[in-house]
Design a protein around this ligand. Structure first.
Ligand code: ADP
Ligand code: MG
Length: 250
């Protein structure tokens, strides 16, 4: 069964008497274990799609089955419960609290969930170790590089043990070398069984995904599988193998 299954989804924003169709009949299904990139120009609807997929926003029309559960008509509160249990988020701007240590930033979702302090610390330390920041837990964001800050954000997304990791332009504020490192982390987490969907407008970043969906004017215009570039290999400075031509999904 698909983990994510949206059908004929629209999202219409009304501003006065203006109507913006940010999503215009989108259907997409994602199997457990996929690493999917959503690409498209600025304003094409990528973030809107990610927000719907991530249960941050409800579609205007259409259906959404998340792990078999119809979430398209849930109340805001019920949607939040499902979201917190299933999905971890990473954003372009990291969204870390600046006067707070890496450890406390990662603890935050557990604090909201009412997890006792000792357990919080244990889980947050494990998540930071998993992203390679075991030695930097006491650092504040301004004592960390952009790549390290994004790792803290990934650890915060992972700490609740989500099945899905969703990232909106996660490398948008990073240089190309650091971007590859973050993609290596996503590939590693994906190999460990986490389904990853990420939004990017950079083909260099989408090259690390096994499936690439292109969005234009609120519609999916292509959906292709490819042999992903291996980020570890790219980091080692080896020439990445040239991927064969994209194969259009049946
Ligand atoms: P992308 O992430 O691909 O740049 P978005 O999903 O942010 O695109 O936006 C898609 C379209 O919807 C754009 O025309 C944008 O201006 C519009 N839009 C997005 N969010 C809102 C909002 N909250 N209110 C009104 N219009 C919005
Ligand atoms: Mg966007």
């Amino acid at each position: 069964m698909a983990l994510i299954d949206i059908r004929d989804v629209t999202k219409v924003y009304r501003m006065g008497d203006m109507e913006v169709r940010a999503l215009d009949g989108v259907s997409l299904s994602v199997e457990p274990g996929e690493l999917l990139a959503i690409m498209g120009a600025s304003g094409s609807g990528k973030s809107t799609l990610m927000n719907v997929l991530g249960c941050l926003d409800r579609p205007t029309s259409g259906t959404y089955l998340l792990d078999g559960q119809d979430v398209s008509r849930l109340s805001r509160d019920a949607l939040a419960v499902t979201r917190n249990r299933t999905i971890g988020f990473v954003f372009q701007s990291f969204n870390l609290l600046s006067r707070t240590s890496a450890l406390e930033n990662v603890e935050l979702p557990l604090l909201y969930a009412g997890v006792p302090r000792r357990e919080r610390v244990r889980l947050a330390e494990a998540a930071l170790a998993r992203v390679g920041l075991g030695e930097r837990m006491d650092h504040h964001p301004n004592q960390l590089s952009g790549g390290q800050q994004q790792r803290v954000a990934v650890a915060r997304a992972l700490v609740s043990n989500p099945r899905i990791l969703m990232a909106d332009e996660p490398t948008g504020n990073l240089d190309s070398k650091t971007s590859v490192e973050i993609m290596a982390l996503f590939q590693e987490l994906n190999r460990a069984g986490i389904t990853v969907t990420l939004v990017t407008h950079e083909a260099d970043v989408a090259a690390y995904a096994a499936r690439v969906v292109h969005v234009r004017d609120g519609r999916i215009v292509s959906d292709e599988r490819q042999t992903p570039r291996d980020a570890r290999t790219a980091m080692a400075g080896a020439t990445p193998p040239t991927a064969p031509g994209p194969e259009v999904r049946p």
